[in-house]
Design a protein around this ligand. Structure first.
Ligand code: G6P
Length: 489
């Protein structure tokens, strides 16, 4: 965090994201504050605290408005305010259209290359535009010529262009946290042109991998009046240049490691094992219930594994930690129902009086509880059909502080670029191959497991979230420097 504020120099940070870092809620008439839980908000919060500035985000509850001033600002953290949280109010109907609609039923499936799940309703698009306008207005209001505007993710693709309309010189950058698809996939979205037009108002756009950068440049090249400069990896459009760079997101690995070290509560683990009739070997999956995560495909591979290797029945238990997500969207309800019924069916098929094949945890689990699962699991299975990065893979690695386990990782994740060599690769749709990979992972010699995990840990610790932030601000610095030099000559 220290390095970041020195890297920022005179720049004043304005961060914007859909989710807010702190939310206020009313409990028995009292207002209570919820701390950041999500990966991104909790990782950026210390940075913004140290740098100061403003964070613009959607106010998700009524009590959020009770604590803000007339402009929607509140100082956070509440006990010792270090920066302003500026809340953007959206009506229920807007949230329906912008968040549940366009963001998660158009952009999400398109970017995850699953266009048959796209629901391109015209009103979704209108609400997305309006919500981006509301964000852009709030951001513009918080911005001066020294500001560095840093937008997060796919909820805000149009905001940069709108910010430019009021402040044509402010430095804007955006990090896109999900996959950027190839041109063929993007083209299935009716508003591809407006989306590119919005993003190309940024000075810098970041993605997790080189491939997504490449895809973005290819897409930009399809727009009339753009010039894609492959040598500098930038796009010239409407008189401005947008640089496109990979910044693979990491986790706070040190913190994860500490959590794992301090969660050596064997009582919790022993009780958990007894309560759920768990085998001696444990595989773990942790995710939001999202069709991109490949949970049904993973269950099919596990079923095939137990069927073809009966010696592992009674021995291997798979623990699925799942959290409900975006439940107002039919596709998400469907995946939730399907996963639950499949687990029931597989447990009925193989389960015995003292062994449960699959343990399904869909309720709240304490931080310590999750850390224990991560630490004790022998296999971490991360097998999305598509995932921009996937931080669960990194969390599993950073938690392997005792008796190193094995990571099984889908080649369709951004994380595979970094961690693929030392994990066991799986393809979510290749059921027998996936089952073979489970066997390979379970039978790796201990020295081999330790060597691989050691290499993975090094990667996860050196490419952590602070490295991610630092790399971006270094890039900003060099772009600004290049511009200063160009102006003087
Ligand atoms: C993905 C997105 C994030 C989002 C998260 C959780 O990781 O990139 O922007 O916050 O999913 O989804 P939710 O819709 O609950 O914010």
């Amino acid at each position: 965090a220290e390095t970041v504020s020195s890297l920022l120099g005179d720049d004043e940070l304005v961060v914007a994201s859909n989710r807010q870092p702190y939310s206020h809620e009313r409990e028995d008439g009292e207002i209570v504050v919820n701390r950041p839980a999500g990966g991104l908000t909790s990782a950026l919060d210390p940075v913004v605290q140290s740098a100061g500035g403003t964070w613009v985000a959607w106010a998700s509850g009524d009590a959020d408005h009770d604590v803000t001033d007339a402009d929607g600002r509140v100082g956070v953290p509440p006990e010792d305010p270090a920066y302003d949280l500026r809340r953007v109010s959206l009506s229920d109907e807007q949230v329906e259209g912008y968040y549940y609609g366009y963001s998660n039923q158009v952009l999400w499936p398109i970017c995850h290359i699953d266009p048959s799940k796209m629901n391109a309703r015209a009103d979704f698009w209108e609400h997305y535009r309006d919500a981006n306008r509301a964000f852009a207005d709030a951001i513009a209001d918080e911005t001066n010529d020294n500001s560095l505007v840093w937008l997060q993710d796919y909820h805000l693709a149009l905001a940069p262009r709108m910010i430019r309309e009021t402040n044509s010189d402010v430095f804007c950058m955006q990090f896109w946290h999900i996959t950027w698809p190839s041109w063929d996939a993007l083209q299935t979205c009716p508003q591809y042109e407006q989306l590119l037009d919005g993003l190309l108002a940024n000075d810098l756009v970041g993605f997790h991998t080189r491939q997504y950068c490449q895809n973005f440049l290819d897409c930009a090249a399809m727009l009339p009046d753009t010039r894609v400069d492959r040598a500098t990896r930038s796009v010239v459009y409407k008189g401005r240049r947008t640089f496109v760079r990979p910044f693979p997101l990491g986790i706070d690995a040190t913190n994860r490691r500490h959590l794992a070290l301090s969660s050596a509560d064997t009582r919790f683990w022993n009780e958990f094992r007894d309560e759920h009739d768990i085998g001696d070997t444990v595989a773990l999956g942790v995710e939001r219930l999202d069709y991109t995560k490949g949970i049904p495909e993973r269950l099919a591979a596990l079923e095939h594994f137990w069927e073809t290797r009966p010696e592992w029945q009674g021995e291997l238990t798979y623990v699925q930690k799942a959290s409900e997500s975006r439940t107002q969207i039919p596709e998400y309800q469907a995946i939730q129902d399907f996963v639950e019924s499949e687990i029931e069916r597989i447990n009925d098929r193989f389960g015995t009086d003292d062994w449960t094949p699959i343990v399904y945890l869909n309720e709240y689990l304490s931080k310590d509880g999750l850390a224990t699962l991560y630490r004790e699991a022998d296999l971490g299975i991360v097998s999305p059909r598509r995932d921009g990065m996937n931080l669960v893979a990194k969390e599993f690695v950073a938690s392997q502080v005792d008796d190193p386990g094995v990571l099984l990782l889908s080649e369709l994740t951004g994380a595979h670029d970094e961690l693929g060599d030392e994990s066991i690769s799986v393809h979510p749709h290749d059921t027998p191959g996936f089952a073979d990979a489970i066997e390979t992972a379970l039978t790796l010699p201990e020295t081999e497991r330790a060597r691989r995990m050691n290499d993975l840990e090094r990667l996860v610790h050196s490419n952590d979230v602070y490295a991610w932030i630092t790399k971006q601000f270094r890039t900003v610095e060099s772009i600004q420097h290049g511009r200063d030099v160009a102006k003087k000559s």
